[in-house]
Ligand binder design. Sequence first.
Ligand code: KG4
Ligand code: ZN
Length: 342
Amino acid sequence: MQPIVLGIETSCDETAIGIVRGRTLLANVIASSVDEHARFGGVVPEIASRAHLEAILPSIERAVADAQISLKDIDAIAVTAGPGLVGALLVGVASASGLAQGLGRPLYGVNHLAAHVSVDYLTHEKPTAPTIALLVSGGHSSLLQVDDITGSITKLGATMDDAAGEAFDKIARLLALGFPGGPAIDREAVGGSATAIDFPRGLTTSQDWETRPYEFSFSGLKTAVARYIENTPAFIRADVAASFQESIVDVLLLKALAACKSTGIDSLVIAGGVAANSRLRAVAAERCAKAGIELRIPAAGLCTDNGAMVAALGSLMLSAGRPATHGAFDADSSLKVEQVSL
Ligand code: KG4
Ligand code: ZN
């Protein structure tokens, strides 16, 4: 029988519990406090922490019930140790530590970003390694070379200003589409033209390709969209959404495919909340097929924050024989992507 791993995720506004047996998903409970943040236009850390405190025990209980197991069946616990909001992370880490101690089971403090990438394990038995990973979330946008998801990740480049998800959220606010902005822009763009407005592609001049091939920048795009809206009183919202989205998708994939080409790695994983974007998924499929690159993108529901991804990484750590995290540990709000576990 494969080991059962419970994963706890509280780095932002989702209190999320996942349970896997080996690579089979048994439960995936997500309690989001997003509605409480919406009127502030972004996640308020204090509100998130309080919501985690209220939701964590009922969520664990529900996940265990959904999985049709009892707590003592759990073989190991994994928890997001960072990066994220420190107060939010601490609720998860403290709960996981208590649970692991109470049950006498090993505890893995794992990296949220590596967990996003490793959720692919629930769909594909063998994690492709090496692979290039395009990690695009609300707080991070990076290109990674993953030689071993349980311990060897190299950062090739990252955003120099906003994360891709953050850019979606900011432009959605300008367009009065609400929060979180990614899904709202994704929906709005369906009725618009991606070629209506020629928005800039950040860091893609020939000089940029020489000096910063794997870096991203979305602040120029954000300014261009703001200026366009200001100067175009009768602007068509769906066209702005679609053209903005196209610029982000284009740049993300240009750089991800360039990374595949220059490293000779013909495999790409796209992960993180923005990987749920329908246009990104469609254009990635087209371009990867053309370039002979094997593409993996988790199911849309597993791209945004969830506990299954943390459980999946815990399960991979366990089967790779990686040591559990020893003793008491703190959450690390700025945990580096290269550090897969504590
Ligand atoms: O990975 P995630 O759930 O949380 C972080 O770790 O940050 O990512 C959240 C981000 C938000 O910025 C949200 O707007 C974006 O992912 N997002 C999307 C879509 N769904 C979520 N962006 C574009 N299109 C989507 N469909
Ligand atoms: Zn995330």
